[in-house]
Design a protein around this ligand. Structure first.
Ligand code: ADP
Ligand code: ADP
Ligand code: MG
Length: 451
């Protein structure tokens, strides 16, 4: 087993991984920026190294500084969390050259799934259905017009290098294409350093359904069932996720799970990863992308399978066998995660900053909190607005829904604005309670509220 692991991340996910290390008797090393000196992950780790000033580019995304920290820490392995360097092949390659293990898939898997064009190619080769559209990046807007004409409107323009919901534009009619092409390209260039765009048919009223996979270095791989992540904000970012997706017919679930494992194996995948799909009203499914890392919403899968994904990641990175066959994976109960963010629902979800003066968090049976926050912590403008993930688990969906409503009711944060009031409204909306929603639910709900 590994003896010392550096966690190249911050926030709740750094805390989550540090805890997992401690439970397995692994020493943990945190990295932190000057703005994160008081962060919980720094206090929790066995040791901590400062990697620069407050901004991401000066610290957590400063490759030289992070690699230096890895080297001087004496860690044998690095857990990248999500975001940051988690899906950057150059980070894994650099670690390898220093003789440090990257806790994640092999470089060639990261590269194969590194952008949306090559990921789609891999899916097609593995005989997994993809959303109809361009084969890869589209040369220019007249080419995009031709493809859109062929597949039919509405279409989406998507950044080939995209992620986190950025660089996606919906085009409803040919006249709008040129203008949206330019904004999509500019956003892609600014966010990802590449202006490459692909064109895809917009699936009508889809559900976002993703499968968790995990594999070892000995050729074993299983999937741990699906997560439903259709509750997304206007920028296609997930807000509430749950597992399982209760309306998925068993036959479709089985096929999708097999497809997820097949596409992952086709790129030589190891360790934890997520294969994302869209499911339409007829329960036809289409591969979207593969995230080659631990996902934000992984806890709901842990809750219903009893598997600790961070432990498994550390174990398979140590060379251990998975010790889990597909038929051993059992789904029990229902789990829902709500992302609590420092965003003010009254001002278009603009980020809020300042000192958290009070933090009264829910507890009780079936309630799990993943957070780096506490009363007295200062929320700075430098990072992602995620404050906490509130995860609740019940015997079935109605039980979990009631538990989430109750937990949100007793969640009080003072000093900064949060999205908690919005989450309370969302989780008491009759359509959400019934399970009647798709990826356009939140925009529709906000429309209704505005009217
Ligand atoms: P997931 O499917 O895991 O929820 P998302 O794409 O919704 O993934 O969110 C992950 C994205 O959020 C990353 O690609 C990154 O842009 C951003 N992100 C993730 N972790 C952090 C973090 N700790 N700090 C800042 N941004 C982050
Ligand atoms: P990202 O890398 O930013 O996560 P994804 O390809 O995973 O991008 O898509 C994010 C979200 O955007 C999906 O969950 C879905 O809500 C929406 N989306 C993406 N592609 C399509 C599509 N072809 N049709 C309809 N919605 C889509
Ligand atoms: Mg995605």
């Amino acid at each position: 087993m590994l003896k010392k692991v550096l966690i190249a991340n911050r926030g709740e996910i750094a805390c989550r991984v540090i805890r997992g290390c401690r439970e397995l008797g692994i020493q943990s090393v945190a990295i932190f920026s000057e703005a994160d000196r008081e962060s919980l992950h720094v206090k929790m780790a066995d040791s901590a190294i400062c990697v620069g000033a407050g901004s991401n580019s000066d610290s957590y995304l400063n490759l030289g500084n992070v690699l230096m920290a890895c080297q001087i820490s004496g860690a044998e392995a690095v857990h990248p969390g999500y975001g940051y360097f988690s899906e950057r092949a150059n980070f894994a390659i650099a670690l390898e050259s220093l003789g440090i293990k990257f806790i994640g898939p092999p470089v060639r898997s990261i590269e194969a799934m590194g952008d949306k064009a090559s990921a789609k190619k891999a899916a097609v080769a593995a005989k997994v259905p993809v959303v109809p559209g361009s084969q890869g990046a589209v040369a220019n807007e007249s080419e995009a017009l031709k493809i859109a004409e062929k597949i039919g409107y509405p279409v989406l323009l998507k950044a080939v290098a995209g992620g986190g919901g950025r660089g996606i534009r919906r085009v409803d009619a040919p006249d709008d294409l040129a203008g949206l092409w330019r904004t999509a390209q500019a956003e892609a260039q600014a966010s990802f350093g590449s202006g490459e765009i692909l064109v895809e048919k917009a699936v009508v009223s889809p559900r976002h359904v993703e499968f968790q996979v995990i594999g070892d270095e000995h050729g074993n791989m299983v999937h741990l069932g699906e997560r439903e992540c259709s509750v997304q904000n206007l920028r296609h970012q997930k807000i509430v996720e749950e597992a399982p997706y209760v309306r998925l017919p068993e036959g479709v679930r089985k096929k999708m799970g097999e497809a997820a494992v097949r596409v992952a194996q086709s790129v030589g995948y190891q360790n934890a990863g997520t294969v994302e799909f869209l499911v339409d009203r007829n329960n036809d499914y289409y591969f979207l992308e593969m995230n080659t890392r631990l996902q934000v919403e992984h806890p709901v899968t842990e809750e219903i399978t009893g598997v600790d994904l961070v432990h498994l990641m550390l174990r398979v990175a140590s060379g251990e066998k998975l010790g889990l066959r597909q038929k051993d994976v059992e789904i029990r109960g229902h789990s829902i995660e709500a992302r609590v963010t420092a965003q003010d629902p009254d001002t278009d979800f603009s980020p809020s900053t300042g000192c958290i003066t009070s933090w009264i968090s829910p507890g009780g049976r079936g309630v799990r909190m993943e957070t780096n926050c506490y009363a007295g912590l200062r929320v700075t403008p430098f990072y992602d607005p995620l404050l906490a993930k509130l995860i609740v688990t019940g015997v079935d969906r109605p039980d979990a829904v009631a538990r989430l409503q109750t937990a949100l009711h007793s969640f009080e944060v003072g000093g900064i604005a949060t999205n908690i009031p919005f989450l309370r409204r969302l989780t008491s909306h009759p359509d959400w309670v019934k399970g009647d929603f798709d990826t356009s639910f939140v925009p529709r709900m906000l429309d209704q509220e505005g009217a």
